[in-house]
Design a protein around this ligand. Sequence first.
Ligand code: BGC
Length: 246
Amino acid sequence: MEILGIDVGGSGIKGALVNVETGQLAGGRRRLKTPQPATPKGVIATVGKLVRKFDYQGPLGVGFPAIVLDGVVMSAANVSPKWVGYPGATAMAEATGCPVTLLNDADVAGLAEARFGAGRDQKGVIVVLTIGTGIGSALFVDGRLVPNTELGHLYLPGHREDAEEYASDRIRTEKKLKWPEWAGRLDKYLRHIEFLFSPNLFILGGGVSRKHEKFIPLLTVRAPVVPAALRNEAGIVGAALAAAPL
Ligand code: BGC
């Protein structure tokens, strides 16, 4: 079965048809720019436009960079504050004519990794982090997701800023940090998560996972750390999986 998955990001809104039995893309990806500011009106119109490009009717899965409870957006770290309290799933369903499953972007990326990627057949506690403009998290216990964890907003001991303001890929580029320097920050963050959750495995995704050989060997956590197997496609694949009928 092919389902359209959409990943709403800070700079782009990407979509593709996904074969939900295999986790493979069933066709090419399409991308539209995220309107700035990323207000509900602008983003929803863009999602509508993207769905029309695929000429698609059917269940639609959307990953969104915020807390999402029962289709309602509950936070807005990297999108317009107008999203807080906004019924995103209903509005997207009206704009597209499709039934919409709306979930946190890191949670859906984690679902894809747990089913088809680096977390496949792994028992125990898995922490998936998507490292980009922000830091998103997905927590799994024996393959079941604990939704809406926000580990990117943890405060590290002695720090005035949260982890996202200290160890995201945006901070690496903004502060022109060299790989070892940034890896040191990431390591401090992962060690704190390890102290709190004792995971069996860390999976690191987001754009920076393409460069994993530059920083994963420098990390000192006890648990194994692996790059996301589906890389940047995890968001699209997971969004489609979330919308697939059981
Ligand atoms: C948001 C999360 C999101 C992450 C990655 C964070 O700023 O609070 O909900 O998953 O960015 O997009």
